[in-house]
Design a protein around this ligand. Structure first.
Ligand SMILES: Cc1cc2nc3c(=O)[nH]c(=O)nc-3n(C[C@H](O)[C@H](O)[C@H](O)COP(=O)(O)O)c2cc1C
Length: 177
């Protein structure tokens, strides 16, 4: 499979990155190809809601979303990778998701596999409730096929994350694809 990871942490060497690296290694060991797109350092602007695209058509904004669109539509799986920011995904990743607007139908008809990799400082059992609900709703709406989630409770720093079981879980998720 061709797998695209939408890396939504602004920290290149942070906790989200640790999960992404491990997922990538596991997936590659299982014979898949993985490309990580650093959406936080790309040139991506928020959807302005003009709907000139008609929910499927060229977007008036010319930026790196065109590159992401091409790669996603040529892939078999999309992975959303994000630290928890105020109980949701980062604004940078959400910006990419909102821009799905201009290729909504194409994306829908691809029936991509998907996964969620995420980390948070907190470890309360409700830490990921909102993000999990959002991800599952996207999966349902865009006709993705969920392959799993790694919810990194208590992963507030790279040190905490390295000592946790979540890097191994991310590797396993990739390996089992
Ligand atoms: C703006 C911001 C908002 C955050 N919001 C939450 C939160 O709602 N719940 C939580 O448990 N951790 C929260 N955190 C902590 C991060 O999710 C956590 O430190 C994570 O490991 C950062 O991942 P990174 O190293 O990939 O940046 C927040 C951090 C920042 C910078």
């Amino acid at each position: 499979m061709k797998i695209i990871v939408l890396m939504g942490s602004p920290n290149r060497n942070g906790s989200t990155g640790i999960l992404v690296e491990n997922f990538k290694r596991g997936s590659e060991e299982a014979g898949h190809s993985v490309e990580v797109i650093d959406v936080c350092h790309a040139n991506i602007h928020p959807c302005i809601g003009c709907v000139k695209c008609g929910y499927e058509g060229p977007c008036v904004q010319k930026d790196d979303v065109e590159m992401i669109r091409k790669k996603l539509l040529a892939s078999d799986m999309v992975v959303f990778a994000t630290p928890l920011y105020y109980y949701g995904m980062t604004a940078q990743l959400k910006t990419v998701v909102d821009r799905f607007c201009a290729y909504n139908s194409s994306l829908n008809s691809r029936h991509l596999k998907s996964a969620l990799l995420t980390v948070a400082w907190n470890s309360d059992d409700w830490t990921f409730d909102a993000l999990e609900a959002h991800y599952k709703t996207l999966v349902r709406y865009i006709n993705f096929k969920d392959c799993g989630m790694v919810l990194g409770y208590g992963c507030g720093t790279p040190g905490m994350t390295k000592r946790s079981r979540y890097p191994q879980e991310a590797w396993q998720l990739g390996k089992d694809l």
